[in-house]
Design a protein around this ligand. Structure first.
Ligand SMILES: Cc1ncc(C[n+]2csc(CCOP(=O)(O)OP(=O)(O)O)c2C)c(N)n1
Ligand SMILES: [Mg+2]
Length: 359
């Protein structure tokens, strides 16, 4: 995913990079829309969309090199796709079927891709942050030039793990970039109830690192800020915190109803600042893009997403006998007994996705 920047300014994205980014952002929006529909049709149990946060997610992730590791929070799985992960395998994770590399054992929408250096997010908020710092320290000890991306939501900054991670990284100058997607909400809790600080970015001062707040719906601003932080970390100058101010347009997840706790007028105001529309406007304005090409691209992406869904949905469940694998090098007697008991019983039909409890 080597990012191409303009040679005259190392942090200025080239038109080629912005066009690629724009395509990825539209692909993500298309995928999220289709998957939310599938969830409502009962074809998958749970889904978490990133709608409205495409710039904060992808314009930040694209500033890292392919060898850099990404420790995601809740809404950055799609960076895997941008880094070349197969969309079919990605979707198999949501279906929890045989094609899922996490073997149907993870919560849906908790993707992981070792082949693209991206760690599965954990449902337990904030745990990825100290892990990311640990990975960054390990890279430095091994003499690798790797930088680590450590994502967090605004809500997770109230977790102890956030402070532990920033403190350790600041003291030991770990090559890590903390990126906070401040989308104004942590399910039903607004950011105003999350912190008394004037911003999330300002917290960086206390940990001895630069902190910057950017318009998270402006892909160029996000890229510039994160690229500068990545370059700084790679040059051995230590960590940074980038706060991307954005907005969660949709529900927290397919199990949430935001009309119960937030004012629809707030959502409408943010819709007008749609990151995809903004980037498209810039590209068209700069004569790098036009509407006929836009329409053709959108049709192509919808076809790609639909084909991937078709293929992923057709795969069977993971084999039952695999349930007991991967815990012990040698299976102990009690698991062997349970495995035999399970295989002697008739297979239980897969429950309707509608019946699978989400969060
Ligand atoms: C330690 C912990 N506490 C609470 C929860 C329940 N929970 C799941 S997501 C979420 C909100 C997360 O908000 P934020 O960090 O802002 O991320 P966003 O969902 O807005 O992307 C909460 C409270 C959890 N998963 N883990
Ligand atoms: Mg949030």
């Amino acid at each position: 995913m080597t990012a191409t920047t303009n040679p005259e300014n190392a942090n200025e994205p080239s038109p080629a990079l912005l066009l690629r980014l724009y395509r990825e952002m539209v692909r993500l929006r298309t995928l999220d829309e289709r998957m939310m529909t599938l969830q409502r049709q009962g074809r998958v149990g749970f889904y978490g969309a990133c709608t409205g946060q495409e710039a904060a997610t992808l314009a930040s992730a694209i500033a890292f090199e392919p060898d850099d590791w990404i420790f995601q929070a809740l809404r950055e799985s799609s960076a895997m796709l941008m880094r070349g992960f197969s969309m079919i395998t990605y979707l198999c994770q949501v279906f929890g079927n045989e094609g899922d590399i996490t073997k149907g054992r993870q919560m849906p929408s908790h993707m992981a891709g070792r082949s693209v250096n991206q760690v599965s997010w954990g449902s337990c908020l904030g745990t990825q942050l100290p892990q990311a710092v640990g990975a960054a320290m390990a890279a430095r000890i091994k003499g690798e030039k790797m930088v680590v991306a450590a994502y967090t939501g605004d809500g997770a900054t109230s977790e102890g793990d956030f402070h532990v991670a920033l403190n350790f990284a600041g003291v030991f100058k770990a090559p890590v970039v903390f990126i906070c997607q401040n989308n104004h909400w942590a399910i039903s809790v607004p950011t105003s109830k999350q912190t008394a600080s004037e911003s999330i970015a300002i917290k960086a001062q206390a940990y001895g690192m630069p902190g910057v707040k950017v318009d998270g719906n402006d892909a160029v601003a996000v890229y510039r800020a994160v690229k500068a932080a990545v370059d700084r970390a790679r040059a051995g100058q230590g960590p940074s915190l980038v706060e991307c101010e954005t907005y969660r347009i949709g529900a927290h997840s397919s199990s949430d109803d935001p009309t119960r706790y937030r004012d629809e007028r707030e959502v409408e105001a943010w819709r007008k600042r749609d990151p995809i529309e903004q980037l498209r406007g810039k590209l068209v304005n700069d004569k790098h893009w036009d509407l006929p090409r836009d329409e053709a691209m959108r049709a192509e992406l919808l076809a790609e997403v639909n084909a991937a869904i078709d293929e992923a949905e057709r795969k069977p469940d993971p084999p039952r006998e695999g349930l007991f694998d991967d815990v012990y090098a040698e299976m102990p007697w009690h698991l062997r007994e349970q495995r035999e008991e399970l295989l002697a019983a008739p297979p239980v039909p897969r429950p309707d996705a509608k019946q699978i409890a989400g969060k």
